[in-house]
Design a protein around this ligand. Structure first.
Ligand code: C5P
Length: 229
């Protein structure tokens, strides 16, 4: 592996979209006072930046340069994370299903993943990091002392996403979402570069029938068993 992994305590949390990683990660980070890496946001930002610049997604060299140099910032304002791309607030556009699809297209490119590796590792600062993504436990933080793999049925994940979008005022049909979520899973699980899969030493939790509080409780019990909290 090209770059050094960090000596900071990292909790790697992976799984498909809608499994509940984002909520769990934010709560854990706040509970433990750890930093939070939303690695999906980096892929989303790259997809958006590439589309805005009219870069052909088949042009891997151009995507790689953009991944290395894109100007991004994460700022917390009144408990809300504001994401800036070249100084512009793109927080809202970042969360749409269309941007998720762009992200999963750039994410298949090995040179992009390599370029984002160090940018992701740079988020690991004391006292610790909650790393949220698809390959946190298998690649980016493969030395992490705790790896969790969250899953849920595709139907349940699409239903959660549907509720979330409705709350934001976006009207997308549930059937269309089931299709989009499944297409994204398919691409994420079957790509050659860092496909989505649980690390051999990951604890797997199926969240289909669990509330966020229940998921949080199971993770906290694991942390306490490992003397990490
Ligand atoms: O987690 P989120 O839905 O924001 O991720 C968007 C897309 O970015 C994923 O569907 C996946 O293709 C890609 N991704 C990735 N590796 C990560 C995080 C996200 O390939 N660590």
């Amino acid at each position: 592996m090209a770059a050094e992994q960090s000596t900071v305590t990292v909790i790697a949390i992976d799984g498909p979209s809608g499994a509940g990683k984002g909520t769990l990660c934010r709560r854990l980070a706040s509970r433990l006072g750890y930093h939070y890496l939303d690695s999906g946001a980096l892929y989303r930002l790259l997809g958006l930046a590439a589309q805005r610049r009219g870069i052909d997604f088949a042009n891997h060299a151009a995507l790689q340069v953009l991944a290395e140099h894109m100007d991004i910032q994460f700022k917390t304002e009144h408990d809300r994370v504001v994401v800036l791309l070249e100084g512009e607030d793109v927080s809202r556009e970042l969360r749409t299903e269309q941007t998720g699809a762009l992200a999963s297209l750039v994410a298949v490119v090995p040179a992009v993943r390599e370029a984002l590796l160090q940018r992701q590792r740079d988020f690991a600062r004391p006292p610790g990091l909650i790393a949220d993504g698809r390959d946190m436990g298998t690649v980016v933080f493969s030395d992490a002392p705790l790896k969790i793999y969250l899953t849920a049925s595709a139907q349940e994940r699409a239903a959660r996403r549907h509720k979330e979008l409705l709350e934001k005022g976006e009207n997308v049909s549930l059937a269309a979402l089931v299709e989009q979520v499944s297409a994204r899973d398919e691409r994420d699980m079957n790509r050659d570069a860092s496909p989505l899969r649980p690390a051999a030493d990951a604890v797997q939790i199926d969240t289909s029938d669990l509330s966020i509080e229940e998921v949080m409780q199971s993770v906290l019990s694991i942390l306490s068993l490992k003397n990490m909290a």
